[in-house]
Design a protein. Structure first.
Length: 589
């Protein structure tokens, strides 16, 4: 079973007990995590135990599940997803009745609804003459006591009103998901004991981006009932780029203390199977830990390509990047092996649109090109992806899992569908695959498909207030984004389908959005002081270095870094090259 793993990787998989695995970029972290899960799943056998993989993104969870299936391991006893999804499925929904705040039911406030509420309250405050300091920097995170982590006085007043509005509408946001999950496992130890008894192992990917509240939830579960659940943490402190979202890169001793002094063994993966040695030697300039990284890949000795452009004007940026993409494609590099990155999400969306216009024949897997993606926790988003991602052999297991999750979502809302049918997920897929629409407008296509599905499964939306509420949020939010001229979204049905495909074209995303992934060619722009990561001149936390480290370590052979000219602050001050990149002396190609 362990064929193909090196000695460090085998040791990590076979080690009994709790493990903290530090893994440098390209060291096979996901591979080890998958093999560890497969190894422990075989131990579980026919028991009722489960294995859990907590990932930072749904995309990473899908990749782990796909690999488990390809290893011919039964995936039914594996649960993989984000910590928010985990808390919803295993803590909040089963035990909501224990809390007064949740006992009458709740609806998740998706990204659209949260932004709408905050914007509406800001506007109300402005009309009343209340000035909100740094209105763009409001943080809704909570600590273990339910207090806001944002200590700006004007923010606190706004956030109190925001929480009142959530209560009035029966909503909870993503940060409250974590807080209420902690409150349940902390106030009712039997919940933590039940989960400890159920989970054989909990694997945490990218542990360095775990927040204090998330650590606290996991600690209650892991340490309950004499700590029978195994803890397996994987990550790299130098890739801790989610500090602004609450991520904390804790040391081994700090983690031990968090988990009541558990006996946690520290392991390391140091070989790199991704990048040529020259790329590695370059990004080690941004490393904070002094760990040697040796390239063990087939192209280790190739020189690759490392460029730095700090004379390009922002108005020519899209054309320059398009030409680099074309050069790569003409040399035989596949679309999905090319990645365009920016440090801020608002920079990515217009760039994706411009590149699509300049290169209409090229497929793009671009963050923000679909106006639906801000509704990911909405039940109708989950229906939409089943209609927009067409049946294929490669997507069979993924679509089947989506169908199962959708049936569970309906069940949670008290809506029983396909009650007298065996293998419900396959039956639901057959129904969805049989539905078609001739609408050329993407949103009209989706709405017509939704209505056809409701008719077949005999669900009347007006009889289910929560389902109707999700419907309104989904369509209101999507229409609002489609009308935004800044993003110029494609509105036709074929574009909706094409832009919904994953791993199908040139990736255009944020630096944060591709952590854990790798590409032959990485093109990164917006590497400016103020964006990487902020205006702090000395960057005492090393956040800027870590972001550059993550960006550069995605590349296998080609790395193009761009600090464009012409960007200015609202006050007219020009942005300059980020300090860490500016000060580095290197012979670029």
């Amino acid at each position: 079973m362990l064929r193909g793993l090196n000695e460090q990787q085998k040791d990590a998989v076979l080690t009994d007990g709790h493990v903290l695995l530090t893994a440098c970029p390209g060291s096979g972290k996901t591979r080890v995590l998958t093999y560890k899960l497969a190894y422990e799943l075989q131990k579980i056998g026919d028991t009722k135990k489960r294995a859990v993989a907590l990932t930072f993104t749904n995309r990473a969870a899908d990749e782990i599940k796909r690999r488990i299936v390809h290893m011919d391991i039964d995936p039914t006893k594996l649960w993989a997803g984000t910590i928010h999804a985990f808390c919803l499925e295993w803590i909040l929904r089963p035990y909501a009745s224990y809390l007064d705040e949740l006992k009458n039911g709740f609806v998740i406030s998706d990204e659209y609804k949260t932004e709408e509420l905050l914007s509406f309250i800001k506007k109300e405050f402005e009309e009343e003459g209340i000035l909100i300091e740094k209105p763009w920097d409001i943080k809704t995170r909570l600590d273990t006591n339910g207090n806001f982590m944002d200590l700006e006085p004007t923010h606190l007043v706004l956030l109190e009103e925001y929480h009142n509005r959530l209560v009035d509408e029966g909503l909870i946001d993503f940060d409250q998901i974590l807080y209420y999950a902690f409150k349940l496992v902390n106030s009712y130890p039997k919940i933590a004991k039940t989960l400890n008894n159920l989970f054989h192992i909990i694997c945490v990917d990218e542990y360095q981006d775990t927040s204090n509240l998330q650590y606290a939830i996991l600690s209650k579960i892991i340490t309950a009932k004499e700590g029978k659940t195994i803890l397996f943490l994987v990550g790299d402190k130098d890739q801790a780029i989610y500090g602004s979202l609450g991520g904390v890169a804790k040391s081994l001793n700090e983690i031990k203390s968090e988990f009541e002094n558990l006996n946690i063994q520290e392991k390391e993966l140091s070989g790199n199977y991704r990048s040529c040695q020259r790329i590695i030697d370059y990004y080690r300039n941004y490393q904070t830990a002094d760990i040697e990284i040796e390239s063990l890949c087939s192209h280790a000795d190739e020189s690759g390509l490392i460029t730095f452009n700090n004379i390009l004007n922002k108005d020519d940026l899209d054309k320059y990047i398009a030409s680099v993409i074309e050069d790569n494609l003409n040399s035989g590099i596949p679309e999905h092996e090319i990645c365009v990155l920016a440090p801020q999400w608002w920079m990515v969306i217009p760039m994706g649109r411009k590149l699509k216009t300049l290169l209409p024949q090229v497929n793009f897997d671009a963050y923000g090109l679909s106006p639906l993606l801000r509704n990911k926790e909405n039940i109708w988003f989950k229906v939409a992806r089943l209609f927009l991602v067409e049946p294929s052999l490669s997507m069979y297991f993924v679509r089947n899992r989506w169908a199962s999750e959708l049936i569970e979502e309906f069940d949670i809302l008290g809506i029983r569908i396909l009650d007298n049918v065996d293998r419900k997920s396959k039956s639901l897929l057959r129904i969805i695959n049989s539905i078609s629409s001739t609408q050329s407008d993407g949103l009209a296509y989706i709405e017509e498909c939704f209505n056809a599905l409701l008719m077949i499964i005999e669900v009347r939306i007006d009889e289910h207030p929560t389902l109707k509420q999700h419907w309104e949020y989904f369509f209101e939010g999507t229409k609002k984004r489609l009308k935004n001229p800044e993003f110029d979204y494609a509105k036709d049905t074929q574009s909706f389908k094409r832009l919904f495909k994953q791993h199908s074209g040139v990736v255009v995303n944020t630096c944060h959005g591709v952590k854990g992934e790798e590409f032959h060619t990485v093109i990164a722009f917006g590497l400016l002081h103020g964006f990487v990561p902020n205006w702090g001149e000395d960057d005492p936390s090393g956040a800027g270095k870590k972001l550059l480290y993550v960006i550069c370590s995605r590349a296998k052979k080609y790395l193009h870094l761009i600090s464009e000219n012409g960007r200015t602050t609202k006050g007219g001050k020009p942005y300059e090259t980020t300090g860490h990149l500016k000060r580095l002396v290197f012979h670029y190609d």
